[in-house]
Ligand binder design. Structure first.
Ligand SMILES: Cc1cc2nc3c(=O)[nH]c(=O)nc-3n(C[C@H](O)[C@H](O)[C@H](O)COP(=O)(O)O)c2cc1C
Length: 185
């Protein structure tokens, strides 16, 4: 049976570069692996009362069920104010509760950050790493993926252009698969 890797982009924007990267990465799944886009669009902001009062929004339940079925994750994060966009942090929080029932636990991950700017989302990348340590997601160390000038990567149809950056991303995906196999339970 295929291993299923969630492709989780931290943006809701229609023309999001992170989503376009996610689409490009979907096509890079090697044989024996299914890459699956995980939507974050419908998740309300986390409120512990929902869990404590047993009034869990259906969007939390379906998200938790979906992530539970995954074997690993590639997080594609933009950078908001040198950190992780709230939509992605919220998804981590929703999946991490109720306490002791985290759906992230022990599954290998990778972080691909990006920005139209020159720094490639370095701040978001490392803030995200901090949360993933607590969530017990072993995160690929190398290659580090900071994609700068991401706005120049796509053609007018939103398809990733051939070239060095696409090759670098493919190499990072292949490295993640090696990492996954070394760290999957
Ligand atoms: C609230 C906000 C904060 C931002 N802060 C940063 C930042 O700290 N560093 C950066 O490189 N870009 C920053 N940007 C620009 C984003 O990198 C850019 O909007 C990017 O396209 C967002 O990712 P997306 O295309 O996947 O939606 C910010 C954008 C917004 C809306």
């Amino acid at each position: 049976m295929s291993k299923v890797i969630g492709i989780i982009a931290g943006s809701l924007r229609k023309e999001s570069f992170s989503k376009k990267l996610g689409k490009a990465i979907l096509a890079m799944a090697p044989e024996g692996y299914e890459f699956k886009t995980i939507r974050l669009d419908d998740l309300p902001v986390y409120n512990q009362d929902f869990d404590d009062d047993h009034k869990v929004p259906p969007a939390y339940s379906s998200f938790r069920d979906e992530v539970k079925q995954l074997d690993g994750f590639i997080f594609i994060t933009p950078e908001y104010n040198r950190s992780v966009p709230a939509v992605l942090k919220n998804a981590l929080d929703v999946g991490s509760r109720p306490y002791g029932k985290s759906v992230w636990d022990g599954k290998p991950g990778a972080i691909f950050s990006n920005s139209p700017g020159a720094v490639g989302g370095f701040g978001a990348n490392h803030h995200l790493r901090q949360s993933l340590v607590f969530l017990n997601i072993p995160v690929m160390q190398q290659p580090e993926v900071y994609l700068a000038k991401v706005n120049e990567l796509f053609d007018e149809d939103g398809i990733i252009k051939e070239g060095g950056t696409k090759d670098f991303i493919k190499n990072a995906v292949d490295s993640y698969i090696v990492w996954f196999n070394q760290n999957a339970k």
